[in-house]
Design a protein around this ligand. Sequence first.
Ligand code: AMP
Length: 383
Amino acid sequence: MNFEKLNIISPILKALVKEGYNKPTPIQAQAIPVILAGKDMMGCAQTGTGKTAAFAVPLLQILYKEKSNHQGPRTLKALILTPTRELAVQIGENLSAYERYTGLKHTVIFGGVSQFPQTNALRAGVDILVATPGRLLDLMNQRYIRLDQIRMFVLDEADRMLDMGFSHDVKKIIAKLPVKRQTLLFSATMPPEISDLIDSILQKPVRIEVAPPSTTVEKIEQTVYFVEQQDKTSLLIQLLGSKSIDSALVFTRTKHGADKVVKALAKASITAQAIHGNKSQGARQTALNDFKSKRTRVLIATDIASRGIDVQELSHVINFDLPNVPETYVHRIGRTGRAGLGGTAVSFCNLEEKEYLQDIQRLMSRKIPVSRDQIFSMSASGN
Ligand code: AMP
C-alpha cells in the first residue's frame, strides 16, 4: 500500500514525500478512503498511530478540490477541535507540512495567550481552524469566528475532551455548526459518554479501530522497579546518571509532584524542565521546544500536559508515578518507540501502585519484567 493507491492528489503527495512518509499507517490506510468518500467516521486510535495525517490529508484534499471549483474569498470551511494547546500546536505543525503545496491556509487558536495575533490571522482569512474549546467560544462570542460555512468538523481526542470537562463547551460549539457537514471523531477509548456523543453528532459513521499501539508496545523495552515513594527521587537521579539515557520524558501524577522532581534534580545538577497546566503557555512551549531540540535532556510532565507531545527519537519514558488508568500507561510509553523505533519505558511502583501495575499488565496481556538491579529495597516487594 502506498499513498498513490489511496488517490492522494499530487500537491499533497509531494508534501508527504518531503515529510518522509512512504507508506500509510494502518489508520491512514483505512480512514483516508472513507473520508474522501464523504462519510462520517469515528476512529478509535491514539496519538502515535498517525491519526493526524489520517484526517488532515483527506480534509486538505477535499478542500483543495472544492477551492479549484469555486473561486472566491477564503471562508472558514473546516474546524478541528482538540483538547489541549499542545495538541493544537502539533496539529497546526502537521497541517503546515501537508498543506504546503495546496494554497490552503489554517490557523491555530488556544487560550492563555493574547488573542490579537489569532484574530489578525482570522481576519486575513483561513480555510481551516484548529482550536481548543474555550478560546473558540470566546472568539465566537466576540464575533471573530462564524461556523456557518463549516463543512468538515473533526473532534479530536474526544475522550480526553470530556475528561477535561469540556463537554458543555463542545456541545455549544456543535450547536453552531451547520447540520449538513462531514464529521470525524477520534477517541483513544470509547466510554459510554463517547458512544452517546457519537450517536448524537455523527450520521451513519464508519467505525475504524486500530489496535492500541501494541505493535509499538512490543518494540518498547519495559521494566519496573519496586520502590518506596520516598526513594523514587534518588532512584531517578541514579538512573539519569546513566549516559544511555539520551532523552527522558518523566511522568508524575500531579503538577506539584512535577515541580518537586525538577527541584530535586536541580540539586543533583541535572537540568530538567516541567510542563503542566500551571505554567504559562510561553513557558510550556519553551520547555517543549528545548526538549525537542535536545537542549534539555529531561522533561517532567503530567498526563494532561503531555498529550500531543510528539518527540522523534525519545529514548526513555519514566513513570515516576504509575497511572491508575491502565490505558494511560500505554499512552505514556507510546511516546517512545515512535515510527517503529524502539525505546525504553521504566516504571517506579510503590506498594499502593501495585494494584495499578496489575491492571496495566492485564490490559497489555503481558508482564512487565522487574528490574534486576533493585537499587532500593521495598518492604513486601515482589509481584
Ligand atoms: P500522530 O499519531 O498523528 O501524532 O503521528 C505520530 C507520528 O508519526 C508523527 O510524528 C507523524 O509525523 C508521523 N507519521 C504519521 N504518518 C506517517 C507515515 N505515513 N509515515 C511516517 N511517519 C508518519
